[in-house]
Design a protein around this ligand. Sequence first.
Ligand SMILES: Cc1ncc(COP(=O)(O)O)c(C=O)c1O
Length: 387
Amino acid sequence: MKLANRLNDFEAYLGTAMNLILTKMKEEGKDVINLGLGDPDVTPPEHMRKSLADACYDPNNHHYPSFYSPMPLKQAIAGWYERHYGVQCNPETEVLPLLGAANGLFHIHTCLLDHGDTALVPDPCYPSYVAGVKIAGGIVEPVPLLRENRFLPDLDAIDPDMARRAKMIWINYPNNPTAAHADLDFYARLVDWAKEYDVAVISDNPYSKICFDGYTAPSFLQVPGAKDVGVELNSISKAYNACGWRIGFMLGNPEIIAAMNKIKSHSDRGIFYPLQVAATEALNGPDQFMEERNQMYRERRDVVVEGLRKCGIDVDSPKGTFYIWAPLPQGVSDSKKWCFQVLDEIAVWMIPGSMYGKYGEGYFRIALTHPVERLAEAMDRLNKFLG
Ligand SMILES: Cc1ncc(COP(=O)(O)O)c(C=O)c1O
């Protein structure tokens, strides 16, 4: 089979391969704790599940969804951004429903990059940014996220020639994997920088509703002029505990939204109509449950941060996401080797930092998607392992 050369340029998504390994270990009777999974262990609120079930019973809801106007969903998305961030977007021209944020973050590269074009990509980052750039034939220029800069990109350190060459920059706060957060000052500087160098900003914000300690994550679109330079991706996956629904959205620059619409008119036939109905109700509906849910993640965060500190690991306590990004124990330098050794010896899986890029080496990521007792058990095992 004459497969395309581009397949050699990027790795398959790690989660899929790891799931096979972990499932096999479980079948062998091992009590595996998978701290790699960025998928909430809690369900969407009851009213969402009921509305999805009801919409499935309507015989009219099983056609190609592109035959229906997605307008109610677009209006709900625009309304949600206005309510939560005070951002106004025209539902017709500045809002695009997606099959999860992942759907948008894949196609955005085809919209912005021609062969050989440069994309500035944070390192470490969510791996699909790198894969997306390469599949589109673009060139990845890493922008280091360093602990001494609170894992924010140092815009002044980006070489001006490279900035002028770049067509896009990825931004993601609250951040996966580092769990770092950004404030509006940072976004304001970013918008100025993007205007100066004519670079499109793609802000990936699916953790915007997972925040603690009084912190509320802003939207990049809150900065005046942001829509001139970019778009934001968001989704109900983490905000509404609904990763499996595959509902996301993009808002902002109308030229990018029109380009995405053109690409997506060929790549898919839209969102299953009952999911559109239920997502519309969710976005228009109550969201008080998020407070209690975030309190749950905060308690889990505290158990893991305390557990790691007891192990002698100097970890920061994050204000957002359900991840902990921790430096490797003293004397360890190879995150991949160490994480697989931990898996082998104590059946706890944590993701090696190097999987997220060169600057991720020296760290590992834990997802707080397990009950407190299970996380405490994992920390206990780790403590004994590090002895
Ligand atoms: C940073 C980031 N962007 C995008 C996604 C994909 O989100 P969705 O489920 O909306 O496709 C994830 C999922 O883990 C993520 O961590």
